[in-house]
Design a protein around this ligand. Structure first.
Ligand code: KMH
Ligand code: ZN
Length: 278
């Protein structure tokens, strides 16, 4: 059954794009909060957050992460989902320590994947440590699935350790990474068919798979993730100028599909995430 509204997540920054090459990328806390406000107004309900240091390099600095969670909570009603994937160079210990910042939610990638010329490492012992920590801290995980094998690992994780904090399994199919599953309709359908019963899902297509995956996800009753983490091109020869224009486009297409954007308040109920703002 298709949901009646569409949960839109914005992933505005990522760990890979270079600020010098992409001046529109939000990297400071001020830029991030401005972006978050614009994206909330445009229809986003969740923000997937990677932060940068003073030189715009990716960082998992604990103080900066805590300040970011606080600033986003103060400035927006968005669900704050911190990335535990970080950059491919981040240690497992630093990635686990992301939860110390007390976010609403976090990403949890269910397997290792080739990532362009690099490897995004998520071995089973790390996955299960991170999952158990989310349960202990009551941080709601979003299961990031870059490949069909990751779906099998999700089943293994739930079978061994039980349901996540919040009680609801929500996944994000990350498609079109060079090394992961391709961003096409057949692969999306196969991944969705393999999800655990009752799980909900969003999809995002990296780079030029952005639009095919967006259309396929809407047609299949799924939810959406968009943002400059996933694509820097709005259309052929036309760079993304602001994250909000990707959210605006997703919202408009969701409305056309008769499944308008879900509000942050409804998204909290949907995902089982309490509002931690004072
Ligand atoms: N930056 C990638 C290596 C996540 O945020 O959890 C990992 C990533 C996934 O972006
Ligand atoms: Zn990410």
């Amino acid at each position: 059954m298709a949901a009646e509204s569409t949960l839109i997540t914005v992933a505005p920054t990522g760990a890979e794009a270079d600020k010098a090459a992409v001046p529109a990328l939000p990297v400071t806390l001020t830029e991030l909060v401005v972006t978050a406000k614009e994206c909330e107004a445009a229809g986003a309900a969740v923000i997937h957050v990677h932060i940068r240091d003073e030189a715009a390099r990716p960082t998992l600095d604990r103080g900066r992460l805590a300040d970011t969670v606080a600033a986003l909570r103060e400035g927006t009603g968005l669900i704050v989902q911190l990335s535990t994937g970080g950059a491919v160079t981040d240690s497992f210990a630093d990635r686990l320590a992301v939860l110390d910042a007390g976010p609403d939610a976090c990403s949890l990638t269910c397997g290792t994947v080739n990532f362009g010329d690099e490897v995004f490492a998520n071995p089973w012992p790390f996955i299960k440590d991170l999952y158990q920590l989310t349960q202990e801290r009551q941080v709601v995980p979003e299961f990031e699935l870059f490949d069909l094998g990751h779906v099998a690992t999700l089943h293994r994780l739930l079978g061994q350790f039980g349901p996540p904090a919040g009680g609801h399994v929500h996944c994000d199919l990350v498609m079109g990474v060079p090394g992961g599953m391709p961003g096409d309709v057949a692969t999306l359908a196969a991944a969705v068919a393999a999800l655990p019963p009752g799980a909900t899902w969003a999809a995002t297509g990296i780079g030029r798979t952005t639009l095919p995956v967006l259309f396929a996800a809407l047609a299949a009753g799924g939810h959406l993730r968009v943002g400059m983490e996933d694509t820097l091109s709005f259309a052929r020869g036309r760079p993304v100028g602001r994250n909000a224009e990707l959210v605006e486009r997703a919202s408009e297409l969701a409305r056309i599909a008769q499944r308008p954007p879900m509000s942050p308040a409804d998204a909290r109920l949907f995902l089982g995430i309490p509002d931690r703002r004072a």
